[in-house]
Design a binder for this molecule. Structure first.
Ligand SMILES: Cc1cc2nc3c(=O)[nH]c(=O)nc-3n(C[C@H](O)[C@H](O)[C@H](O)COP(=O)(O)O)c2cc1C
Length: 226
């Protein structure tokens, strides 16, 4: 596919047909995804291909409390798990929220299920001393994760990334036998999408790009030098 087409049409595919994805295809996806950038080119990624059904079920169970909390907060109009605005949602409301969620409910059926991890010993976290949530560490792993999804798209497949598992990292670490310094970045499912979406909803460039300062004029791409 043409590069801009991949960028504009790679949607979050959460429902898959029964068509299996071969190990050879998955290998090819990972073999291309590995050219992602990472700080210092240290390539701290580790990928676990979860084939065992019992482990998939255990992962679903581990994520259930996080999903309940996410859904309860989202239904209350909040940005779930936000570090700036404290949640007003009660424990009782979270408790009463069902744990069902697209993809996760059918986790055992996903043609491919990956857990993408990162070795924190190889990550430079430039913002580690700032008084806010860490952001930069992710920059050494999520380009790789996104490469997996766009490579899947290039294979005529689709995928979705979820971060629910990271919220229960201690349990995930135990289940997947992760070393102490290896963090869970994402779970990625891949398969042949039931439906190919080609029109994604995103805001326009001049809605998020300004000139010279945050409150500067919108960048419209129609400057004097054109
Ligand atoms: C950090 C991150 C976490 C996400 N977590 C989930 C998730 O837990 N479950 C899910 O179905 N989709 C998840 N997504 C996919 C987003 O919902 C999706 O990218 C967004 O809604 C846009 O969807 P579209 O590309 O189909 O338009 C996640 C995406 C990102 C980048």
């Amino acid at each position: 596919m043409e590069h801009y087409d991949v960028m504009r049409t790679t949607f979050a595919a959460r429902q898959y047909t029964n068509t299996q994805v071969s190990d050879a295809t998955l290998y090819r996806i990972l073999d291309n995804a590995r050219f992602a950038p990472s700080g210092g080119n240290r390539q701290g990624w580790r990928v676990l291909v979860i084939k065992d059904q019992a482990r998939r079920q255990a992962l679903r169970e581990i994520m259930a409390p996080t999903i309940k909390q996410y859904k309860a907060q989202a239904m209350a109009g909040e940005t779930p798990f936000n570090t700036i605005t404290p949640s007003q949602v009660s424990a009782a409301t979270i408790d009463a929220t069902p744990a069902n969620f697209p993809l996760v409910d059918e986790l055992e059926q996903a043609p491919v299920l990956l857990v993408v991890c990162v070795d924190l010993k190889l990550v430079s976290s430039m913002d580690k001393d700032l008084d806010r949530v860490g952001l930069i560490s992710g920059a050494s792993i999520y380009p790789f994760a996104w490469n997996i999804i766009t490579a899947a798209r290039n294979e005529g497949l689709g995928g979705v990334l979820t971060t629910f598992l990271a919220n229960r990292e201690p349990q995930a670490k135990q289940l997947l036998e992760l070393p102490a310094d290896v963090a869970v970045a994402a779970m990625i499912a891949i398969g042949e999408p039931v439906k190919q979406l080609t029109k994604l909803k995103r805001g326009p460039v001049d809605g998020f790009t300004t000139i010279d300062s945050y409150s500067g004029p919108a960048f419209t791409g129609k400057g004097a030098s054109d």
